[in-house]
Design a protein around this ligand. Structure first.
Ligand code: AMP
Ligand code: ZN
Length: 134
């Protein structure tokens, strides 16, 4: 797709630090990593976000995320890893070409921004539950 920075990377028009490639995707280092080894998995097909993703490709990409996480543990000494995937600008998606972040986490490593838990009462939870299930 024109004007898509990740499509340009996939076409080799913009350089990237490629960690892994197969017939459906590449995995590359994020240029602004949250931790050392932060990797992005991008499908070769331009898909904007999860709402446009098909089951087969989505399933395969998740298994690539597993492979990259295992690699980070084995080769970088990560103690764990986060798999993060943003959908839509409101959710923090800055590049509208589907991608999965695999972020290695190290013992004693930096805290990463997370949501702040709230404490709704049962009634408030039920309002949401009703909207989602009726
Ligand atoms: P998101 O905010 O989920 O859309 O994530 C986009 C990610 O792409 C950010 O973490 C950026 O640092 C990363 N990014 C943007 N441009 C590049 C690039 N040319 N090479 C590698 N990573 C990139
Ligand atoms: Zn694209």
């Amino acid at each position: 797709m024109d004007n898509c920075i990740f499509c340009m990377i996939l076409e080799g028009k913009i350089p990237s630090s490629k960690v892994y490639e197969d017939e459906i995707c590449i995995a590359m280092l994020d240029i602004n990593p949250a931790t050392a080894g932060h990797t992005l998995i991008l499908p070769k097909k331009h898909v904007q976000d999860l709402t446009e993703m098909d089951e087969e490709l989505g399933g395969k990409l998740l298994m690539v995320a597993k492979k990259i996480g295992l690699l980070q543990k084995e080769k970088l000494g990560a103690a764990g890893f986060n798999v993060v995937q943003n959908n839509g600008a409101a959710a923090g998606q800055t590049v509208p070409h589907f991608h999965i972040h695999v972020i290695p986490r190290y013992e004693g490593g930096p805290e990463l921004a997370a949501w702040r838990p709230t404490e709704p009462d049962k009634e408030e939870l039920n309002v949401v539950l009703k909207k989602l299930t009726e």
